[in-house]
Design a protein around this ligand. Sequence first.
Ligand code: B12
Ligand code: SF4
Length: 470
Amino acid sequence: MLGKLWPRAKQSHASNIVWLDLGDLGDLVHPNGPHEQWQDHGLGLLRTILHQNGILTDLLSTRAVTSWNQLRKQLEGYDMLIMNVRSYTFPVAYRSAKIFKEVNPNGLVLTGGMHATVAPDEMTAVAEFDKICQGPGEKTIVDLVRAPQTFPRLFMGVGAKSMAEWPMIDRTLWPRPASDRLAKTFNWPLEPECGWGPPAVATILTSRVCPWQCVFCNENSYIGNMGRRPVEMIIDELNYLDRTHGPLGSVVIHDSMFFQNPSWLEEWIEKYPSKANKLWPYWAAARADTVRQWPELFAALVRETNWHTVSIGFESGSDRVLRILNKECTEEDNYFAIDLLHRIGDEMEAEGKQPPVFWSNIMLGIPGETHEDAFKTMRMLKYMRRVMPSIAFYAPYPGSALGHQLIAEGRSLMTKDNYHRFPDDEKVKGVDYQFYRDLLAGRYDDEINKGLDAAARRRQGVFTGALTKA
Ligand code: B12
Ligand code: SF4
């Protein structure tokens, strides 16, 4: 078995083109956590398109090696390197490109991805990036790889009008776990369990665009509009994965915003329970204000389609901060969504069913946030009864309005060598991170407990372990 694992040592090349999957070194060997093991849909989609057009690529991964030297050996002898660069993988990408050029001085480096779209200046500053594609790449990748010389160094890619045009990703083109230990639990080419539902897990995208404009994110300023993937295509793909690589245990719908387009959601309610091989529980994201706007639709989805883990970007329990973030949700919206899911959960529990839980995204350390604002956020978190908190220190990403502003003001601590490494990395100058560390360690519990009922007060007030990379 050992010898079959990938990629152990230098391998013979099947192609002169290599796609390099990006992430922290070792994440596919001995990962720090489950989320580092998710697969990259950009890579999966574009490699599938390339292969369907007869352009075979080899695959390497920075996550599958534990040292740069290992990677250096594996990169030797290729003519072309392709990478999907997100802001958080930019440091790994440019280091890999430098190594690639050292071992293949005549080789060509083709890049695309979110970071190319939002921070072209940082991308063009890396001399080793020969081609930089901004925006989507599905209608561009084949021409680019066939004839890179016909493209300028920085250019705009072309995408599909609708996700209906995307081929089903060939998941065997994704990187494999790179240690025997990880291989046992990974379920490749499906994905490992992360606490949201039983293994094997399939991550899937039904939509790409979120129309809101939260200042820490505002994806719609850089991800072009595109049609949602038809319900039947999603169900067919899940059934196929179950049959071919399964049995499938649960699904993660990685859309930025699943709970939008009521007509699509109604069709999902109608077809998923009757046409899917099994009513797999799933994780998917909503907003508190839309839950309040369409409570019946939300309740029907949770109950009838097994939407077991409801991810909501509550972000803050304070109206002041929600306004700073342009979240367009209020404290009241947040509590409405919480109370509604509590109620649905209580009813389901009474019926002997597993109650749904929140995956609650919370941000702390937002510029302008006061101690009282942060206490209100922690109060909201302690008020939730069935919750997996995911807390992050606010990170000023390029592409987002607030990120751009803080970068321009010289207040971002996210350098190009260190976009983000560890959950408690300090990300913005002038933020009192020690206060937040103490807050998460439960040192302000007395303050937070004020205004909470006895049951909420009894709930664990230490959230240090819930801090995630951001
Ligand atoms: C799924 C997802 C995740 C997953 C999985 C990530 C993974 N391994 O793929 C998880 C949950 C782990 C995750 C985590 C994080 N994510 Co995330 N994530 C997404 C999400 C929702 C979908 C990504 C996706 O698959 N898109 C679909 C594919 C097809 O698009 P794509 O990869 O961009 O590829 C297209 C183009 O970029 C281009 N392209 C790509 N490569 C190449 C190469 C060439 C040569 C060419 C020509 C074209 C090209 O063509 C592709 C097809 O059009 C996006 C938002 C979004 N809607 O895209 C955020 C997003 C990518 N995440 C983001 C961030 C910030 C994070 C986090 C730091 C925290 C957070 N705020 O969520 C963490 C850190 C992760 C880590 N491991 O360190 C940001 C990135 C911002 C940036 N400037 O890069 C985004 C944009 C969301 C946001 N607005 O905050 N994320
Ligand atoms: S944070 Fe969520 S709701 Fe806001 S713009 Fe981003 S994806 Fe949309």
